[in-house]
Design a protein around this ligand. Structure first.
Ligand code: SF4
Length: 387
């Protein structure tokens, strides 16, 4: 049968779709080519926000139209949370994925980079978040399994591995291992590659991990840390497991041992109970942090989450958007400051395969995007450059 998989959402979904396609090909099925009608279309959905749910429904409708004879299978996070999806079609089957087992997976974004799933699920149940209901409890592959998958990706030619999961710092919960031991095991696979750690909760990004990255051979000085709010009152409402003081300490530690590290920070705005004074406090705090970029998310109500049962002020949508704009502007300033601070330094770029007009692009170890005239011989190679 000819199969098409359409993926929405995060890197974890992409990794899982890629593993599913490989399994189906191994069972004798074929990948439908671009423009060709498929016998089966699998839609791997996301449910992180309201907009994600909407995009899922739009994609399903479009695929039904484009593939009038195909059987449509909907799986992924949205399928798990809403088993009817409000769609009726006799060709449609909804198969929520398992929230019990750990399914190993990795995907290649292009020739250079591989997203390697090391962990799934979450036990934290932050009050605004629907992910634990969609992906189940925290579980992980064993270190031996992750190393085996990483080696496969490197043999296939990947040069950069991005460790991916829902709450990757919680790695080890189901195997009795630790995240730091996983990092140690991934630091000596072959001479020529690098590893980035995906988003890691601040309470789990220990000083030991930061010091390890600073002296490691292959780990990039690049951190992605969810702050979500810079107000301790709002962090409490969210049931986050740290204070802003702990967060600031982590950032200070990174800057002390890796002044050139790229630090991206997830920030949410407009959650219930985020009073104006709390938001002002949040803005002041974030301005004081020497981070490189903010990833700003606007809160949207998610059915089934605890925040909806709490007696809290609801922030109007227009005000949520205003707050989002304020943080976006701060983010742009921080990014430009980071670039300016490191201009003229020597770094190592990994050139990617994409050609845009006559240029090719790549990222340095500390995530600065650089370009040069396209040269096919450079694709998927490391090169020292002055940024
Ligand atoms: S740590 Fe919190 S925000 Fe992240 S997936 Fe778990 S419950 Fe959601």
């Amino acid at each position: 049968m000819k199969i098409r998989i359409v993926t929405l959402g995060c890197k974890l979904n992409f990794a899982e779709s890629s593993a599913l396609m490989n399994t189906l090909i191994a069972k004798g099925h074929e990948r439908a080519k671009a423009g060709e009608e498929a016998d089966v279309v699998i839609v791997n959905t996301c449910t992180v926000t309201d907009t994600a749910d909407k995009k899922d429904r739009q994609a399903i409708h479009r695929l039904q139209r484009e593939n009038p004879n195909a059987r449509i299978i909907v799986t992924g996070c949205y399928a798990k949370r809403d088993s009817r999806l409000g769609i009726s079609d006799s060709r449609l089957r909804i198969i929520p994925k398992s929230t019990e087992t750990f399914i190993p997976a990795y995907s290649r974004e292009d020739r250079t980079r591989c997203f390697l799933k090391v962990q799934d699920g979450c036990n934290y149940f932050c009050t605004y978040c629907a992910i634990p209901y969609a992906r189940g409890r925290s579980r992980n592959a064993s270190i031996a399994e992750v190393v085996r998958q990483a080696q496969c990706a490197l043999i296939e030619g990947a040069k950069e591995i991005v460790l991916t999961g829902v709450n990757i710092g919680d790695f080890g919960r189901s195997t009795g291992e630790t995240f730091i031991d996983l990092l140690r095991a991934l630091d000596d696979l072959q001479p020529d590659y690098r590893v980035r750690i995906g988003s890691c909760e601040p309470n789990l990004l220990t000083d030991e991990i930061i010091d390890f990255v600073a002296q490691s051979k292959h780990f990039a000085p690049h951190f992605h840390i969810p702050l979500q709010s810079g107000s301790n009152e709002v962090l409490k409402i969210m049931h986050r497991r740290y204070t802003r003081e702990l967060f600031a300490e982590r950032i200070e530690h990174i800057r002390r041992v890796m002044p050139h590290a790229f630090i991206g920070v997830d920030c949410m705005v407009g959650v219930r109970g985020e009073k104006q004074e709390y938001f002002d406090d949040y803005v002041q705090f974030i301005q004081s942090l020497p981070v490189s970029q903010l990833h700003v998310f606007t809160y949207s109500e998610r059915a089934g989450t605890r925040m909806l049962e709490m007696d809290l002020e609801v922030i109007p949508i227009a005000e949520r958007e205003r707050r989002s704009k304020i943080l976006h502007a701060i983010s742009e300033d921080k990014l430009q400051t980071f670039y300016a601070a490191h201009r003229g330094e020597e770094r190592t770029v990994l050139w990617e395969s994409k050609k845009v007009t006559s240029l090719m692009y790549g990222f340095t170890e500390n995530y600065i995007k650089v370009s040069r005239p396209y040269d096919p011989k450079k694709v998927n190679t490391f090169e020292k450059v002055i940024v």
